[in-house]
Design a protein around this ligand. Structure first.
Ligand code: TRP
Length: 460
C-alpha cells in the first residue's frame, strides 16, 4: 500500500520521477530518430519547427497527460472511462494501447542493433574500415535475418525482465548514474565532430534555415518528432503520471523533462551532422544514419574503441528505459482493466510487441517485399519506415490532439488546474495553460491535419 491508499506503485521522489520521465523521453528518439528525420527534412528549418512545437504545443500536452494520470491513477483507457464513463473517448485510450505495440515493434528492432554494435565496436570490427566499408557493414548486419531477429528478441526479453519486477528501484537508481555518463560521451563526440575538417557545412545545415525548402511533410514530421521524443500522445505520460505523488509539482517536472530531452537531441544533432558532411555522406540516408556516421567518428578519436563501446552500451540503456515506458502502457491496461496479473500482462504485451516487430526486423534487406513496401513521392518505405510513420507520427499527433481537446473542453481546465495545484499551490500560469490547451494546440494540430487532407501527397 502507498500513501494514496492503493497497491499501484509510486515514484520515490520528485527527482525519481523526473529521472524516470526523462528516462522515458530520452532514448532512440533523440539520438537515432531526431538526426534521421532532421536530415531527411532539410535541417535547420525542421529543427526550428521542432523547438517551437515543444514550447507551444508539447509542454501543455505533457502537463495535461500527467494531470490526467495522477488524477485518475489509471492507464489511458481507464482514465477516459473514469472521467467520461460510457462515452466513445475510451477508443482514444485504446488507440494508445495499440500504438504501444506499433511503436515497440520497430523500437525494439533498432534497439537490438545497439546490442550488435556493442559487440562490433568492442571487438574492433570498424577500426580498420573506411567510410564506405562502414556503410556496407551496417547494410550487411541489418539485412541478416538471424541477427536482426535475434537482437530484437534479446532486447525485448531484457525489457520484459525489467517490467516483471516493476520499474522503480532499478530504473531510478541506474538512470541517476548512467544518464550523466551518456551526456559526457555525447559532449565528447560533439567536440570531435565539430573540429573535423569540413565540419562547417554540417553546422550550417543545423543552423541556417532554408525556409523555402521546408515542406508540409517536413512540418508534420517535426511536430510528430516532438511528440515522439517527449513520449506524448499514446498515454505513456498518463501512465507515468498515475504513479506520481500528489505533493509533486507537475509543471516544473514537465519543464525539466522537456529541457533535458531537448538538450540531448540537439547534442546528438551536433555530434552527427558536422561529421556527416566532413565524410561526404548524405543527410537523407534515414534509419541507418547514426550507425554509419558514429563508427567513423570513433575511428578518429583517442580511445575511440572504448568510447564507442561505452556509447552503444549507454544508448542501449537509454533505449531500454524508453521501451519499458512504451510496453508498460498495454501492460497497465491489462492489469487495471482486465484485472490480469502483472506477469501475464507483461508476457502478452511483450510477446505481442515481439511478433509485431518481426516484419520490421526483416524489412532492411532480409525480405525484399518488406524492404520495398511502397514508394511515396519518390521515397522508398519499408515496413519499419511505415510503422514509424503511422504509429511514431500520425497516431501520436491524433492522441495528443485528443488529450488537448479532452482536457480543454470535456474534463475542463478548472479540474486540470486543481490537480496541478495539488503539488504547486501558487500555479500562476493557469491562463496561459488554458489558452494553449484549449485553443492553440487543438487549432494548430487540426490545421496541420486539414492541410494533410487537402494535400494527400504530403502524407509521408
Ligand atoms: N520518447 C522515447 C524516445 O525518444 C520513446 C517513447 C517512449 C515514446 N514512450 C513513448 C514515444 C510514448 C512515443 C510515445 O526514444
Amino acid at each position: 500500500m502507498n500513501a494514496n491508499g492503493s497497491e499501484r506503485g509510486l515514484w520515490s521522489s520528485k527527482m525519481g520521477f523526473i529521472l524516470a520521465g526523462a528516462g522515458s523521453a530520452i532514448g532512440l528518439g533523440n539520438i537515432w530518430r531526431f538526426p534521421a528525420v532532421a536530415g531527411q527534412n532539410g535541417g535547420a528549418a525542421f529543427i526550428a519547427i521542432y523547438l517551437a512545437s515543444i514550447v507551444l504545443v508539447c509542454l501543455s500536452v505533457m502537463i495535461a497527460e500527467l494531470s490526467l494520470g495522477r488524477h485518475t491513477q489509471k492507464n489511458p483507457v481507464g482514465m477516459y472511462n473514469t472521467l467520461a464513463p460510457g462515452s466513445k473517448w475510451k477508443y482514444l485510450g485504446l488507440l494508445g494501447v495499440l500504438t504501444g505495440w506499433g511503436i515497440s515493434s520497430f523500437y525494439s528492432v533498432v534497439a537490438g542493433w545497439t546490442l550488435g554494435y556493442i559487440v562490433k565496436t568492442a571487438t574492433g570490427v570498424f577500426s580498420t574500415l573506411d567510410s564506405d566499408q562502414i556503410t556496407q557493414e551496417f547494410l550487411n548486419f541489418v539485412s541478416n535475418p538471424v541477427a536482426a531477429i535475434g537482437f530484437h528478441a534479446a532486447f525485448m526479453a531484457i525489457t520484459m525482465l525489467i517490467l516483471f519486477g516493476g520499474v522503480r528501484a532499478g530504473i531510478e537508481r541506474w538512470s541517476k548514474i548512467l544518464m550523466p555518463i551518456l551526456l559526457g560521451i555525447l559532449v565528447l563526440l560533439v567536440i570531435r565532430s565539430v573540429t573535423l575538417p569540413g565540419a562547417e557545412k554540417g553546422l550550417a545545415f543545423l543552423m541556417q534555415p532554408k525556409w523555402d525548402e521546408l515542406t508540409g511533410r517536413g512540418v508534420l514530421a517535426a511536430v510528430g518528432q516532438a511528440f515522439f521524443s517527449l513520449s506524448l500522445g499514446m498515454g505513456t505520460m498518463i501512465t507515468y503520471g498515475s504513479y506520481l505523488a500528489k505533493k509533486e509539482n507537475i509543471v516544473s517536472s514537465a519543464v525539466w523533462i522537456a529541457s533535458l530531452d531537448t538538450l540531448i537531441a540537439l547534442l546528438a544533432g551536433l555530434a552527427i551532422f558536422p561529421a556527416l558532411f566532413a565524410m561526404n555522406l548524405e543527410p537523407t540516408i534515414g534509419a541507418g544514419l547514426i550507425f554509419i556516421v558514429l563508427p567513423n567518428i570513433f575511428n578518429k578519436i583517442f580511445l575511440g574503441q572504448l568510447f564507442g563501446t561505452g556509447f552503444f552500451v549507454l544508448l542501449g540503456i537509454a533505449a531500454v528505459t524508453s521501451l519499458i515506458s512504451i510496453v508498460e502502457v498495454p501492460a497497465a491496461y491489462f492489469i487495471d482493466e482486465r484485472k490480469w496479473s502483472r506477469k501475464k500482462a507483461v508476457w502478452v504485451s511483450g510477446i505481442g510487441a515481439f511478433i509485431a516487430g518481426l516484419p520490421a526486423a526483416l524489412s532492411l534487406g532480409a525480405v525484399d517485399w518488406l524492404t520495398n513496401l511502397m514508394t511515396i513521392e519518390g521515397r522508398n518505405y519499408g515496413f519499419l519506415d511505415l510503422m514509424n510513420l503511422l504509429f511514431g507520427q500520425y497516431s501520436l499527433i491524433i492522441g495528443s490532439l485528443g488529450v488537448a481537446v479532452f482536457v480543454g473542453w470535456k474534463w475542463g481546465t478548472a479540474n486540470a488546474n486543481s490537480e496541478i495545484r495539488e503539488g504547486n499551490p501558487d500555479f500562476k500560469q493557469a491562463k496561459t495553460f488554458g489558452f494553449f490547451i484549449r485553443f492553440f494546440a487543438p487549432i494548430a494540430i487540426t490545421g496541420l491535419l486539414i492541410y494533410l487532407l487537402l494535400n494527400p501527397n504530403a502524407f509521408a
